[in-house]
Design a binder for this molecule. Structure first.
Ligand code: NAD
Length: 360
């Protein structure tokens, strides 16, 4: 692979996936000419659209395209039409879980934060977010109760919570490495006062910290306390490290307090930094086809791809700056429009065009 020519599997999916993906591709096309980076897009069906065409949420042809690419840029999947299918056949379970498993995408990285010009969009009180906040949730994706042995009878149900040492070690390294390039602080979340799995998890995190990252500040919070602390002192966090279950809960809480889900990008990566980059939200059937979806989460996901998988830092910075400039100019899609003076309501396409125009 030439370092300046990247093949990207584009899986737009269902609902608003197509509308926001068009805008991300516009941004990438302009980045390509400004930074002399080649992008080759391989567009494939996934989710409900793929079920309609082939009977499967992740057709073999789509998986092959992903295998032959340097990264996957994913839109979103799902919708009412496919809800009557058995769970494992549905767009979300049938496409996303196999992709995560196939590429061993064990680390889910979800930045959260409030931009100064969007404080009105956060449900937190102004006095709590007056200084803004900015932290990243690092969630383990391959272990925990989701993958432990499951039993379901008419008298009881159980899900085994289990982590192997190697799983904890590799996710801890991702969190500490991110902290090195951030504010040097990791907060580990667990329930070590009750759960043996958490005691084990915490001891492995401490071992990796002591051996490999002693310069990083490490502290621990129980999950119940963490859900409260995020609401009252979000500024205290830099990198939050959590297992699959606790990370699932915390990352959704973090997305909510950041304002609209339409702003939130995420990455799921493996140890080679190959990744699937996608908005945190779903296919938003309630607004699909209306041209009002916020494309920033999809464009932000493309920026995370450039940063994490390709190491194209100048291009990443340019996209982030263009998003800020666009928001500073008052452009607001419906989800972040509050009616304050200086705001201008724009469509999905207008937001995408403005961001593209503001790329430096
Ligand atoms: P959702 O995230 O699709 O929508 C929740 C709310 O957020 C809706 O009001 C929607 O309009 C709004 N929203 C989401 N993205 C937005 C954007 N970019 N701009 C403006 N507003 C936005 O969640 P849901 O309604 O629970 O799920 C809808 C479908 O999406 C379901 O089938 C669900 O299973 C699926 N889903 C898919 C993924 C994925 O593909 N990774 C993630 C979550 C949900």
């Amino acid at each position: 692979m030439s370092p300046k020519n990247y093949k990207i599997a584009i899986l737009a999916g269902d609902g608003i996936g197509h509308e926001v993906m068009v805008e991300a591709k516009k941004v990438l096309a302009t980045v390509s000419s400004k930074f002399q980076i080649g992008f080759e897009f391989d567009e494939k069906l996934v989710g409900g659209a793929a079920i309609d065409a082939t009977g499967e949420a992740l057709p073999a042809d789509t998986l092959t395209a992903c295998e032959n690419s340097d990264a996957i840029l994913f839109g979103s999947v799902g919708g009412e039409k496919w809800n009557s299918l058995p769970p494992e056949k549905r767009p979300e379970v049938g496409a996303l879980l196999p992709l995560r498993k196939h590429f061993d995408l064990f680390a889910n990285i979800r930045p959260a934060g409030v931009l100064s010009m969007l404080k009105n969009s956060s449900p937190l009180k102004p006095e709590i977010i007056c200084d803004g906040f900015n932290f990243t949730v690092v969630r383990e994706l391959t272990g925990d109760v989701y993958f432990g042995e499951k039993k379901l009878t008419k008298d009881f149900g159980s899900d085994l919570m289990i982590y192997q040492k190697s799983q904890v070690e590799r996710i801890a390294r991702v969190a500490f490495e991110l902290a090195r390039n951030s504010r040097q602080k990791v907060t580990n979340i667990d329930k070590a006062n009750v759960l043996a799995t958490s005691q084990f998890w915490r001891s492995v995190v401490e071992e990796i910290h002591a051996k490999e990252f002693p310069e990083i500040e490490l502290n621990h919070l129980y999950i119940d306390n963490a859900t409260m602390q995020i609401l009252v002192r979000p500024q205290n966090f830099d990198i939050i490290l959590a297992g699959n279950l606790f990370g699932d809960i915390l990352s959704d809480e973090a997305a909510q307090i950041s304002g609209s889900i339409g702003l939130q990008a995420s990455a799921s990566i493996n140890s080679q930094k190959f990744g699937l980059f996608e908005p945190m939200g779903g296919s938003a059937p309630d607004i699909a086809g209306k041209g009002i979806a916020n494309p920033i989460a999809q464009i932000g996901s493309a920026a995370m791809m450039l940063e994490i998988s390709f190491g194209e830092l100048a291009a990443t910075k340019s996209i982030k700056k263009a998003i800020l400039k666009t928001l500073e100019s008052g452009c607001r899609t419906a989800d972040i429009f509050t009616g304050f003076a200086g705001e201008k309501k724009v469509s999905t396409a207008e937001m995408g065009e403005e961001i593209t125009k503001n790329l430096e």
